[in-house]
Design a protein around this ligand. Structure first.
Ligand code: CP
Ligand code: NVA
Length: 300
């Protein structure tokens, strides 16, 4: 395997061993301080980021390597230069690349023409790095992702949701998605991709009942205009995670969110800032799991 474009590019065994490795890298960071010395990570961004940018760059520093931030705003790629030529040139300077793009088709084209490993760092179709950090966090909180009831509430037509669905299918423990019908429903292509291994409910209360993990993501994805969200917000409102939602989950359920969050929209402040929220552990685990991922893709 060369690239990680979605979480199910990994086999179940690879995923489990990567999560084990992430735990080891997290507990003994000093053992890896020179693992990627003289290696360079290229980070291409077409969309904004806080966690992905910082965690990859800090991770590369901690592994003894170097990371280059490259914004598509200042790039000829896709305008004056083909994606393929960009990938071929970049492969001559860099050892590994991560790419955040509007459309995964562009990342795929880059990966097909690159001779170095390429990671999808969020696109319309996936967010595998987020899924890795999420699974690591669930494990640490004694919510084994192979067994726990994981309930995602909100926009089912969403990159983060897709990779959580794929992860559940891969681990043999389909997740539950509570979402509105229509444009925020899980697309049939994703249901087909996982051979139906996802539980979808259009009732938030049915979906969240007895959940061990309650997960949501923003209703305002990067690139969506606030006015467009406002037009549809009534559809999403029943799927907000608030105190009454959490009361329907198991008493020891945790709350997860990939961030960035909009308090008062997909989640209320009392929940995200409350004792059951693990969102900053989740954010931190981006660092550890991506360090393990880069080591894995580079065969180390
Ligand atoms: N969760 C996540 O990917 O955050 P950023 O958009 O800040 O990178
Ligand atoms: N679904 C969100 C995730 C942000 C990390 C988005 O695409 O903007």
């Amino acid at each position: 395997m060369k690239d990680l474009l979605q979480i199910n590019n990994l086999t179940k065994a690879e995923l489990l061993s990567l999560l084990d490795k992430a735990g080891v890298v997290k507990s003994s960071p000093a053992d890896y301080y020179s693992s990627l010395s003289h290696k360079t990570l290229l980070m291409i961004f077409e969309k904004p980021s806080l966690r992905t940018r910082l965690s990859f760059e800090a991770g590369m520093t901690q592994l003894g390597g170097h990371a280059i931030f490259y914004s598509m705003e200042n790039s000829p790629m896709g305008k004056k230069e083909s994606v393929a030529d960009t990938a071929r040139s970049a492969s001559r300077f860099c050892d590994i690349a991560m790419f955040r793009a509007n459309e995964q088709s562009m990342i795929r084209e880059f990966a097909e023409n690159a001779s170095i490993p390429v990671i999808d760092a969020l696109s319309d179709n996936a967010h595998p790095c987020q899924a890795l950090a999420d699974l690591l966090t669930m494990r640490e909180k004694d919510k084994d992702p192979s067994k726990a009831k994981i309930c995602y509430l909100g926009n089912g037509n969403n990159n983060v949701t897709f990779d959580l669905i794929r992860a559940g299918a891969l681990l043999g423990n389909p997740i539950t998605v509570g979402c509105p019908q229509g444009s925020y429903d899980v697309p049939q292509r994703i249901v087909k991709e996982v051979n139906g291994a996802v539980h979808i409910s259009h009732s938030a209360s049915d979906a969240v009942r007895d959940a061990d993990v309650v997960y949501t993501d923003t209703w305002l994805n990067y690139g969506i205009l606030r006015e467009d969200l406002d037009l549809h917000i009534n559809l999403l409102k029943p799927f907000q995670v608030n105190a009454s939602t959490m009361a329907m989950a198991r008493p020891d359920a945790i709350f997860m969110h990939c961030l960035p969050a909009m308090r008062g929209y997909e989640v209320t402040s009392d929940v995200i800032d409350g004792p059951r929220s693990v969102v900053f552990d989740q954010a931190e685990n981006r660092l550890h799991s991506q360090k393990a991922l880069m080591l894995f893709l580079l065969g180390l």
